[in-house]
Design a protein. Structure first.
Length: 123
């Protein structure tokens, strides 16, 4: 398997388990993490600490979370179509499928851009 894909999928597994430290372990110190503005706490986050705060807030919104990431390489990028479903803290059932595009260099994630609609990922 592609080591960059393995690195990214390890982060998803850590997030799904509530292990935020594990989820940010392989981020570059200057990582740029961009979530759609319409997402809760969306926008640009720089550095592992900022990303960890974002991921913690996201994870804490779930009472029960099921994470199903599917990763492929597109040139120098790793594209993950991520389906999440479960129960939110307000007891409502929720599901969503998004796309996250990662750039990995030297064994570290240097950039991630998320798309609310996987069809919006540029080629």
């Amino acid at each position: 398997m592609d080591p960059d894909i393995e690195l990214v999928l390890r982060a998803y597994a850590a997030f799904a388990a509530g292990d935020i430290e594990g989820a940010v372990r392989d981020l570059h110190p200057d990582v740029e993490w961009i979530e759609p503005d319409e997402f809760p706490n969306g926008g640009r986050h720089v550095g592992p600490a900022a990303v960890a705060r974002y991921l913690r807030a996201s994870y804490d919104g779930w009472l029960e979370l099921h994470s199903e990431p599917f990763a492929t390489r597109r040139g120098d990028r790793i594209v993950v179509v991520h389906h999440v479903h479960g129960v939110l803290q307000d007891l409502s059932v929720h599901e969503a499928t998004v796309a996250d595009v990662f750039t990995v260099a030297g064994g570290k994630v240097v950039r991630m851009t998320a798309y609310a609609d996987p069809a919006q990922v540029p080629d």
